[in-house]
Design a protein around this ligand. Sequence first.
Ligand SMILES: *[C@@H]1O[C@H](CO)[C@@H](O)[C@H](O)[C@H]1NC(C)=O
Ligand SMILES: *[C@@H]1O[C@H](CO)[C@@H](O)[C@H](O)[C@H]1NC(C)=O
Ligand SMILES: *[C@@H]1O[C@H](CO)[C@@H](O)[C@H](O)[C@H]1NC(C)=O
Ligand SMILES: *[C@@H]1O[C@H](CO)[C@@H](O)[C@H](O)[C@H]1NC(C)=O
Length: 479
Amino acid sequence: MIFNIRSQKSQWSSLDGSKRSGCAKRHHRRTWYTRTSTMFVVALLVFLLMSATQFILPTNPPYPDLPQHAPCSDDPQGYVLEDMGICTNTCGKICFPRVHGLCFHHTKVVLCDGQPPLPEHIIQASSGLPSIMRFYMEKPRMKVPVVHKACPGWNSSTLRPTGMNSARWIKGLQMVADLTLMPTGKVGPNPHHEAEKVVPAILFSQLSEFRNSSLYWFANPNDPLMISKWSLGLLDVFSKDLKVEYMPPVGKEEPPVCFEDAILFAGLTNSGYMPNVETHDWFRNRILEHCNVPITKANMPVRDVVIVHRPNSSRNIRNYEAVKNRLEAELQVPVKMAVPGPWSFCNQVKLVAEADIVLTPHGSQNANLLVVRPGSSIFEVFPLLYYIDWYKHYLHAGAVNFYELFGTWPLENGSMPLLMRLQALLYGWKNCFSVRHCMNYGKSREIYVDLDRLESLLETLIGKCRIPVQHSTCSKKST
Ligand SMILES: *[C@@H]1O[C@H](CO)[C@@H](O)[C@H](O)[C@H]1NC(C)=O
Ligand SMILES: *[C@@H]1O[C@H](CO)[C@@H](O)[C@H](O)[C@H]1NC(C)=O
Ligand SMILES: *[C@@H]1O[C@H](CO)[C@@H](O)[C@H](O)[C@H]1NC(C)=O
Ligand SMILES: *[C@@H]1O[C@H](CO)[C@@H](O)[C@H](O)[C@H]1NC(C)=O
C-alpha cells in the first residue's frame, strides 16, 4: 500500500518537470493534476484510516511467514568423530568443536598454540569456538575470555603435553562443559540448555572412541539453582555409560587445568542432537525402564491427554480452561493438567511419558519431551511474536507428530495492545527473534492459545485420522 502511494508520487513529480505548451493543453494538464492529487489524498486517507482501524479493532496479527530451515532427516551412521569436531548429518548438520590443547585459568581460557583452525563445515554446523566461557566464581556466571596462547608444557608441533610442567594435564579424548547459557539465581536452572551439553555427551559415550572419556563439567551438582533435578536424574540413568567429573572453577592462585584433547560444549545448538530414530528409541527406553514406565506406543483411539501448565509461572497458558474445554470437546476424553515442577526426575518423566497427546507452552521444561510415546501428538504453543524451532529439531527422531501453535493475545480485552502491534508491524514473527528488545518482549508475553486455530487444526487432524478419537470412523477402521 505504502509502495503504491510512493510510485504515484514519483509519477507526479516527473509530470511536474515536463515542459508545458499551449493553453488548452495546460488546462487539460491542470484538470489531470487536480484529479491525481485528489486521488492521492483519498488514497492517503484510506491508508491512514485503515492503519487507525488496525489499532482499534481486534484484527488478527498476521501469522508467521517463517524462513525454511534445512529439514531434519535420519542419519543412520550417527555421530562421526573428526579431527576438529564431532558431527552428525541431521537438521542441516550439527557439530561440536574439538580442541587440541585447552587450559582453564582463573582469568582466561587458553586455546593452546599449534591449534589448527576449525574447518568451515564445523563452524557452519556449530556456534564455532566460543569467545567467552562462564564459570561460577566471584559472580555466578562470570565471563572469562577465550584466547589463543602458549600453554605450560604443551608441544605445539606434536599437539601433546610434554613431561614436567606447572599445569594439571588431563590426557586423552574428553568432553568439557562450562555454564554457558545456564542461568543461575532467581531464574533457576534451565533443563533445555543443560540438555544441550548432557544429551550429546550421553550419545557420545556409546562410541568406541569415547570408551575412556568423561564429561568434565565446571558446575556444582549440589547447587539446585545451577543444575536442574531433571538433568541430574538423566545423568543418573546413564551413570554406567557416562562418567561425570564436576570441576570447581580454577582458583586465583591455582595452576591451570588443561586438556590434551577435548570436545567442547559451550555454545548454542539447533537442538537436533538425536541422529536417528534408533538412537532416540534406545535413549527413551533406557529412561522408561529406569523409571518403571511401561514402554508402549500411543493409544488408538487417544486416551491420555495432558496440558503442561505452570499455574504460578509467567510461561503458562492463560486461557487454560478454554483450551481444556476445546480439547475435551474435540477429543472426547478428559484432559489432565501436568504441572512441571521441581519433582524427582521420574515424576517429571511420568507427566508426559504416559500421554498420547501433550499440549505444552514453549519453555525449557520441554527438554522432558524426549520420553513421549511414539505415535503421540505434541502441540507446542508460543507466546505472540516469539518463535524458535528448537523442540521441532529436538524431537525430530522421536516418531511423534509435532505441531506448533502460534500464540495470540487476550482477545476478550478488545484491541491488540499498542506496543505489541508496533512490534508486530515493525518486525513481525520472522524478525522479532533476532531483535533483542522484541525477542525479550515476545518472550515475556503471557501465552494465549488461539482457540479457533486450535479447533481447526484438531478437526483437520481428526478428519485425516492423524489423531484417532473414539467413535470416529477411523478408529473403528483401525481397531
Ligand atoms: C616437540 O616435539 C618435537 C617432536 O617430538 C620435538 O622435536 C621438539 O623438540 C618438541 N618441542 C618442544 C618445545 O618440546
Ligand atoms: C583406553 O585406555 C586403555 C588403557 O589405558 C587403552 O589401552 C585404550 O587404547 C584406550 N582406548 C581409547 C579408545 O582411547
Ligand atoms: C501456586 O501458588 C499457590 C500460592 O502460593 C500455592 O498454593 C500452589 O500450591 C502453587 N501451585 C503450584 C503448582 O506450585
Ligand atoms: C484484560 O482485561 C482484564 C479484565 O479487565 C484485566 O484484568 C487484564 O489485565 C487484561 N489483560 C491485558 C493483557 O491487558
